[in-house]
Design a protein around this ligand. Structure first.
Ligand code: ADE
Length: 221
């Protein structure tokens, strides 16, 4: 999977160079390219934004710098362009799964009051929000997309990690335990020490249902 990220703040992407996603990139399972929109400013002060027509607070990112940065991407015709915005449709695990089947995603990060509508109409295929709240920009949402999608790319995780996790069958995951057997007077449930695989499976299914009823009853509807 190739991710091209159009952003004014490429330095913000340092965290996804760590841990599982960092290793996935080193192993060549995913490729993340950061494209600085500011590099495409023709202004001598590298200005990328301007006052909104019609007035109002804040600044709007100009269409030309976004368009030129998009045009600099190789093989963009086959890629899906996603604009991260609170106006988009809310990201779900099913959406993540279907996006993981693409080969090339271009992630456009907004900032300030947004991006001139005309360039969005021209290049964006889909708008995605990571939840009903407003962040200062699209960089953290873009990292959320890269992280969640990469987990479904072959060779990034071991397979059972995504088949048994929360949301994979509209249920939250069952509780997990590791050594020691007793911690603060709390003992690991006996069934998990029994070695009886059928009973363990049944217990886990019951617990997954119980956790979902308790914490996220909306998922059962
Ligand atoms: N930019 C600002 N807030 C956002 C959100 N909730 N989702 C995606 N992009 C955003």
């Amino acid at each position: 999977m190739k991710f091209d990220v159009l952003t004014l703040f490429p330095e913000m992407f340092e965290p996804i160079k760590q841990s599982i996603i960092g290793r996935a990139e080193q192993k060549g399972k995913i490729e993340i390219s950061l494209i600085n929109i500011r590099d495409f400013s023709k202004n001598k002060h590298k200005k990328v934004d301007d006052y909104p027509y019609g007035g109002g607070s804040g600044m709007v990112i100009a269409p030309d710098v976004v368009y030129e940065s998009y045009m600099s991407i190789k093989d963009k015709e086959k890629a899906k362009v996603i604009y991260l915005t609170p106006k988009g449709s809310t990201l779900t695990q099913n959406k993540v799964k279907s996006l993981s089947k693409e080969n090339h995603l271009i992630l456009l990060c907004g900032h300030y009051e947004g991006i001139d509508e005309r360039v969005l109409e021209e290049i964006v295929d889909e708008e995605i929000s990571i939840g009903d709240y407003v962040l200062t920009g699209g960089e953290i949402p873009a990292m959320v997309l890269i992280d969640t999608i990469s987990r479904y790319i072959d060779g990034v995780l071991n397979e059972s990690s995504t088949t048994e996790e929360s949301f994979s069958n509209d249920l939250l995951e069952y509780p997990q335990y590791t050594r020691p057997e007793v911690f603060l007077d709390k003992k690991v449930p006996d069934v998990l020490l029994s070695g009886h695989h059928e009973n363990i499976k049944k217990w886990r299914q019951e617990k997954a249902l119980e956790q979902t009823k308790l914490k996220r009853p909306d998922l059962l509807k």
